[in-house]
Design a protein around this ligand. Structure first.
Ligand code: PXG
Length: 438
């Protein structure tokens, strides 16, 4: 019997309404630069850089060539007690993009693995310096840190957690910063809400600060629907963590690699954490890869004990995979050659104008933006939350643009190579779509 290659049954799709999708599938068969090609031969303008990851656009030649060359030269090499040159070069290139003092890079294969790795490094670091009682981890409501048990535990999206039991013990959450009543239609960082960081002091008082290992936040929360940090908020978190000897981790899986009009949120907001988690744009999504960047203090604190001892019992078969390293180096070269982080900054005002131009569309209750990311929040239909934005997503796809929705929030995050005309096309099409959605 022939293999049932035309069946959609076997692929259990991630974060998808499988039955609904398979009844009416949307398949992408090719991509180039700003566009996908759909299975029915249409060009779809990519308003989401895939899933916030193809920051230089799709199928870029230098990255494709680098991967092809590497696949022919060294397909795989272990990085446990062995090495290959590209992994060292790739790590040095990532560290070079970050402020001095953040000089050590641990490779993973995804954002989820990066988050779990960073949390484990935080625990191991405190233990190595004789503060093994620091075991608590603090995340934030509405945070998304991937789907491993660590990331899920510090994550704050109830719907993602509900199916999976009790998760890690000893975790607490900061309140989220979303405040439509005071900040609706803010451009850039909202004025109100820095005081939400003071909740950290209350949480610390409850648990004893000396038991807390790390605080992890997305500097700009993406997945939950684009929450831009209020002015002064991240600075306050940094100050409180420093005062109590607690590590601050920025999850820059989305905010990194130019999305905010700067290399990283670290640069955009001028706040430096002790660790960063990265993925997505690190290889322009051409090969799966993630990374944790750690401060010298953390790294050096773990380089203890006899020289023959493994300092951190952690790693993945594919940490520093040759194909991913080749893609990473070619991606960082391309970002630099085309000055894409600065390009994102220079396009940001036009993008902001276009996004806020949707303010008068039906059911729009908030629009917020920073760099090349925007969130457009719709009022939920009574008794049917999420359906209004989902209908907009399907109608947008049919109209030739790819957008992303979460709940009743539309997120726009195009590749940084988008042109001004394409910004107008993206938001112009979205305007037409929103006008047809009841
Ligand atoms: N941290 C952050 C901040 C993320 O946004 C992850 C960790 C996990 O990465 P991996 O590579 O394990 O998926 C993410 C992922 C969306 C969407 O539509 C966002 C993500 C993934 C898929 C969809 O907003 N972010």
């Amino acid at each position: 019997m022939d293999a049932p290659v035309n069946s959609l049954d076997a692929f259990w799709m991630p974060f998808t309404a499988n039955r609904q999708f398979k009844a009416s599938p949307r398949l992408l068969v090719a991509a180039r630069n700003m566009h996908y090609t759909s299975h029915d031969g249409r060009q779809i303008l990519d308003g989401t850089a895939g899933l916030w990851c193809s920051n230089a656009g799709h199928c870029r030649e230098p990255i494709v060539r680098a991967i092809q060359r590497q696949a022919q030269t060294l397909d795989f090499a272990p990085t446990f007690q062995m090495g290959h040159p590209l992994a060292f070069e790739a790590a040095a290139r990532v560290a070079h993009l970050l402020p001095p003092g953040l000089d050590h890079v641990f490779f993973t294969n995804s954002g989820s693995e990066s988050v779990d790795t960073a949390l484990k490094i935080a625990l191991a670091y405190h233990r190595a310096r004789g503060e093994g009682q620091r075991t608590r981890l603090i995340g934030r409501e509405r945070g998304y840190h991937g789907v491993g048990f660590g990331g899920l535990s510090v994550g704050g999206i109830g719907r993602n957690r509900a199916q999976f039991g009790t998760m890690l013990p000893g975790v607490d959450h900061l309140p989220h910063t979303h405040d439509v009543a005071r900040n609706a239609f803010s451009r850039g960082q909202p004025a109100h809400g820095a005081e939400a960081a003071d909740a950290l002091e209350r949480i610390l008082a409850l648990h004893d600060p000396a038991t807390v290992a790390a605080v992890i936040v997305e500097p700009l929360a993406g997945s939950t629907g684009v929450l831009v940090p209020p002015l002064g908020y991240l600075e306050r978190l940094r100050e409180i963590c420093t005062r109590h000897g607690i590590l601050l981790i920025f999850d820059e899986v989305i905010s990194g690699f130019g999305r905010l009009g700067a290399p990283f949120a670290v640069d955009r907001f001028g706040v430096v954490p002790d660790m960063l988690t990265l993925a997505k744009g690190i290889t322009n999504a051409a090969v799966p890869m993630g990374a944790v960047v750690a401060s010298n203090q953390i790294h050096d604190g773990l380089m203890q004990g006899p020289a023959h001892a493994i300092e951190l019992s952690h790693g993945y078969t594919y940490s520093g995979h040759p194909l991913a390293c080749a893609a990473l180096i070619a991606t960082l070269d391309l970002y630099a050659d085309e000055d894409l982080f600065a390009r994102a900054a220079s396009l940001a005002p036009r993008f902001e104008e276009a996004a806020h131009g949707l303010r008068d569309c039906p059911n729009v209750i908030d629009i917020r933006n920073l760099g090349l990311v925007a969130g457009i929040e719709l009022a939920p239909r009574p008794g049917a939350p999420g359906t209004r934005a989902y209908d907009a997503f399907v109608a947008a796809y049919e109209a030739g643009i790819l957008i992303r929705v979460t709940g009743d929030i539309i997120a726009i995050s195009p590749p940084l190579i988008i042109s001004e005309a394409q910004i107008d096309e993206l938001f112009g099409t979205l305007r037409n779509v929103l006008q047809t959605i009841a």
